[in-house]
Design a protein around this ligand. Sequence first.
Ligand code: G3P
Length: 223
Amino acid sequence: MKLFLDTANINEIKQANDLGLLDGVTTNPSLIAKEMKNGGSFREIVTKILNETLGPVSIEVIAEDYDNMVKQALKIRELGKNAVVKVPFNSVGLKVTNALSDKGIPVNSTLIFNGIQALFAAKAGASYVSPFVGRLDDIAEDGMALIEQIKTIYTNYDLKTNILVASIRSPLHVLRSMILGADVVTLPFDVLSKLPAHPKTSEGLSRFLDDWKKAFGSMDFPL
Ligand code: G3P
């Protein structure tokens, strides 16, 4: 399973890269707008992210009509070979997804909230679908049940679109995505930071080192 970071913040991307855990990045208009407030143009921010990331980076179009969505998609693709165009799922988005896929441009079909949308996005040739699990949990629906549903649908019809679990809020979402066989999880930096920690690991390490110090009175390494 691939680990993507859901951010437009270059420092977070650098830190994830240092951990050796970064397979890709996803952004959305809210995340990029937040970074632009701190300075930098859309082009500067996106170019930095594309250069810092070896894997795919999803950048979303903001137009709502077909012609402008395609124009924006082509401009996004010009910024880097690893740019994936994020297209919101609706009837216009579906048409755009078809057109971009026909040109060999990878599409991340976003704002997916049911299995039918996921099937249609795959039929339109999307490389990724982004079901938003946290936002379903927010309205007392089971976000992870949607991942299970999409996995079943894609297996039934041998669809190759990658299931990219988005709107992740906790390590449990990540664990359940792994168990269900999702292809990618995209994580806010705070969730990524929580993943390696386990209280029993910290406790175990302290005990080993305390025992050593008690026995030898120092932490000098004997080799
Ligand atoms: O990037 C799309 C998605 O991950 C947004 O998450 O937390 O705003 O629902 P959230």
